[in-house]
Ligand binder design. Sequence first.
Ligand code: SAH
Length: 227
Amino acid sequence: MKYMPRNGGEHPHRQGLGLTSPAARARLIAELRAEGIEDERVLAALAKVPRHEFVEEAWRGEAYKNRPLPIGQAQTISQPYIVALMTQWLLQRGPRKRVLEIGTGSGYQTAVLAELVPNVFTVERLKGLSEQARARLRQLGYRNIHFGYADGSQGWAAHAPYDGILVTAAAESVPKALLDQLERGGRLVIPVGPPHHQMLRVIDRNGRYESRDLAPVSFVPLLEGRA
Ligand code: SAH
């Protein structure tokens, strides 16, 4: 049935009803569980973070569907399942204290991390997105996130090492700086490969680096330089 405007045509999300309601979020969490996400901390974080605050106004009604959405500047916010999966793998070796995220984008994945990790460092190469995410996350009350406007393929040496690194754009090959800035006992989660042939790779740094390819994915490319 078509949504019938009330209260002078206010959108349903403004009233806490309809497509961004608690019920819509609960349905999404049930779907993620059914698809195999089993880390309760991750599911709780996804239930808490208001995804509709991170997408363009026109797409808010779609925010709790398990699909990627546009966030402006030709970039997309990953589908919730992929956010949950990457976060679950990042935390699988045990709780993390300092996590570096490459590709802030809308800041949605950043917020999920900030629910679960004491110190989050996030780097974005597009100035507009970086500034928007910073303002949005501050307004939502996050105080444990450090924002960098830079080419994240160089990592963020000033705050290294990290016990977790999560990359949300696909690299043709794993940047050496990220391997160097990963602490012993740390884990790197990164999509690797050319467009349409990417795999989600998990790299553990122990005495040496141990790497596994775990799932086919589709991400925007990791680009060089700032813009
Ligand atoms: N995690 C984001 C997804 C963003 S899409 C979210 O939850 O919304 C990938 C992002 O990576 C884009 O914003 C893109 O600009 C950024 N990106 C691509 N190459 C980069 C690089 N070398 N350094 C930092 N950010 C990069």
